[in-house]
Write a protein that binds this ligand. Structure first.
Ligand SMILES: NC(=O)c1ccc[n+]([C@@H]2O[C@H](COP(=O)([O-])OP(=O)(O)OC[C@H]3O[C@@H](n4cnc5c(N)ncnc54)[C@H](O)[C@@H]3O)[C@@H](O)[C@H]2O)c1
Length: 350
């Protein structure tokens, strides 16, 4: 995927993970110099096997909870794409302390290191979980509810810190609220695997996947290449254009609270496709796609269990803000993305 960005030095934290490693490949393809900081808590070295062949790539094994490590990693970088965190709502319910240490203290360490190093813009992985119990659909960035899990709280607190650092220290911050990202390299294994890789892995083993709830819960599933596009745009849009477009957006959407466009940039954006798919529909499409490779999968039935605590029922994003300000027009629909992902899982896990 080629983007019109001026080559820079970029730090990707969490770069051995699903999203981070895909970002690194895209940045290297666009001739950036890339530093990856990861402690391999959930990331894998195999995800970096292409990157490691590239002379523009540097790997630092280290923990974002250690401030000196963050300071060293960010030295000389123009941008940070901060992805390192402990994901998963159930993980944060089982161990809220570690999720808080990594997702909040680690986040502030990285943000602090970035502003000390004079980084131009700090782009970070926020989360759709920040919408919490707010019922309105589609989700618009300035209307959020109460957080439903420790994970959601950590991601919301990150947004508050980012805004505060922009106001006080002037570092530009852009939060990308990802909505259920899926695609190549997303880990299908472990207790905290995300729904798509977990279902794919079950189906490939001819096991019945378990749907939490009645299957009518829905998600705005977002293919990884759309997320890459959003990150590269979030880093690349020049400050003056960003602010001009922010003014435009404020005119289009009447109830957006007024932002002081003289101040440093600090905004959050939904990163989604803008289409809602129920878990029942997901199951049906997965069976269709995977039975292209293995006919027996077409006959596997899904099981149903209780809803999980901390999960939101429905999620659907408005992507108008990203379209207007970042020029984010996602190219991969749920269906096209799922076809690509199924092909990748078949090739790698059959
Ligand atoms: N995947 C999604 O659907 C989704 C949705 C919303 C937000 N997010 C956010 O996107 C980011 C990336 O998620 P992902 O799906 O690629 O998860 P992932 O688990 O594959 O990647 C996270 C990476 O961070 C690293 N990491 C964890 N703790 C660390 C620490 N203390 N120090 C250094 N590195 C550490 C892990 O080893 C891993 O490589 C996370 O911030 C996550 O919260 C993801």
């Amino acid at each position: 995927m080629k983007y019109e960005v001026i080559p820079k030095k970029v730090l990707v934290t969490g770069g051995a993970g699903f999203i981070g490693s895909n970002l690194i490949d895209a940045l290297l393809e666009n001739e950036n110099k890339v530093v990856c900081l990861d402690n391999f808590a959930t990331g894998k070295i195999e995800n970096l096997k292409d990157a490691q062949k590239n002379p523009n790539f540097t790997l630092i094994k280290g923990d974002i909870r250690d401030r000196d490590t963050c300071m060293k990693a960010v030295e000389g970088c123009d941008y940070v794409l901060h992805q390192a965190a402990l994901g998963s709502v159930p993980r944060s319910i089982a161990d809220p302390i570690t999720s808080t240490e990594v997702n909040i203290v680690g986040f502030v360490n990285m943000l602090f290191a970035a502003k000390e190093a004079g980084v131009k813009r700090f782009v970070y992985a926020a989360s759709s979980s920040t919408y919490g119990d707010h019922k309105d659909l589609p989700k618009v960035e300035h209307v959020i509810g109460n957080s439903l899990s420790p994970y959601a709280i950590t991601k919301y607190v990150d947004e508050l810190f980012a805004k505060n650092f922009s106001d006080i220290y002037g570092i530009e911050t852009v939060g990308l609220r990802y909505f259920n990202v899926f695609g190549r390299r997303q880990d299908p294994n472990g207790a905290y695997a995300a729904v798509i890789p977990k279902f794919v892995s079950n189906l490939l083993k001819h096991e019945s996947p378990l749907i939490n709830g009645d299957g009518k819960n829905s998600r705005d599933f977002t293919y990884i290449d759309n997320v890459i596009q959003a990150n590269l745009l979030a880093a690349a849009v020049p400050s003056n254009e960003f602010k001009d477009r922010l003014k435009q957006y404020q005119k289009i959407v009447s109830d957006v609270p007024e932002v002081n466009t003289e101040a440093s940039i600090s905004e959050v954006f939904n990163v989604a496709y803008g289409e809602s798919v129920s878990l029942n529909e997901l199951g049906k499409v997965l069976k269709q796609e995977l039975s292209e490779y293995d006919k027996a999968i077409a006959t596997i039935e899904f099981k149903y269990g209780p809803n999980r605590p901390g999960d939101v029922s429905h999620s659907l994003a408005s992507i108008k803000k990203g379209q207007t300000i970042l020029g984010y027009f996602p190219k991969y629909s749920f269906r096209t993305g799922l076809k690509n992902a199924c092909f990748w899982y078949w090739e790698n896990f059959k």
